[in-house]
Design a protein around this ligand. Structure first.
Ligand code: G3P
Length: 215
């Protein structure tokens, strides 16, 4: 399973990349806005840290505008993946861009039907949002299970990025279901490490050693 980091924060990307845990990065307009920096320069900097797909999202809502933005963003680096929202214009833009060899990550996917449309249009990645579904009392992980089943029935060249991850169990469940990628916010990545018995165990090893050998 691949881990992407769902952030545009350079320090956080570097921290986890140094541990070999980052196969790619996803950003969105909200995440870029948090960093208060020039969009293109942040994206470029991320491509210098992580040797894998880096998603940058378009802001246009019509297909022509999306395509123009996508082609411009693609020039920044060969690993740039264009994030396009799941709309009719987004589907049209995805179809055009896929035929030009541009990789698209179709975002804001909330149903299996949308996932199927995105894969059919040629999206290289699809991003079902599990946390935002949970927020409205729908089962986000069920969407991942059904999407996995659908993609496994055919030979779409399309990987599932589990997005809108809110806690470690989303990551573990995504791995159990065979999702290709989890895009993980840094805060959730921190939590993946933690287990109280690990801390207690280490403390005991060190104190037993100190008691026996005095150092
Ligand atoms: O990057 C898209 C997605 O991961 C956003 O998550 O927490 O804003 O629902 P969230």
């Amino acid at each position: 399973m691949k881990f992407f980091l769902d952030t545009a924060n350079i320090e956080k990307i570097k921290r986890f990349a140094d541990m070999g845990l980052v196969d790619g990065v996803t950003t969105n307009p909200s995440l870029i806005a948090k960093e208060d920096r020039d969009f293109e320069s942040v994206i470029k900097e991320i491509t210098q840290i992580v040797d894998g797909p880096v998603s940058a999202e378009v802001l246009s809502t019509n297909s022509e505008g999306m395509i123009q933005e996508a082609l411009k963003l693609s020039e920044l680096h060969e690993n740039i993946v264009i994030k396009i929202p799941m709309t009719k214009d987004g589907i049209k833009a995805t179809h055009v861009l896929a035929n030009k060899g541009v990789k698209v990550n179709m975002t804001l996917i909330f149903s299996p039907a949308q996932a199927l449309l995105a894969a059919k249009a040629g999206a290289r990645f699809i991003s079902p949002f599990v946390g935002r579904l949970d927020d409205i009392s729908h089962d986000g992980m069920e969407l991942i299970a059904v999407t996995r089943e659908i993609l496994d029935n055919y030979d779409f060249d399309c990987e599932i990025i589990v997005a809108s991850i809110r806690h470690p169990l989303h990551v573990v469940e995504a791995a159990r279901m065979g999702a290709d990628i989890a895009t993980i916010p840094p805060g959730v990545m921190e939590k993946l490490f933690k287990h109280p018995l690990t801390d207690i165990g280490l403390e005991r090893f060190l104190s037993d050693w100190k008691n026996a050998f005095g150092k």
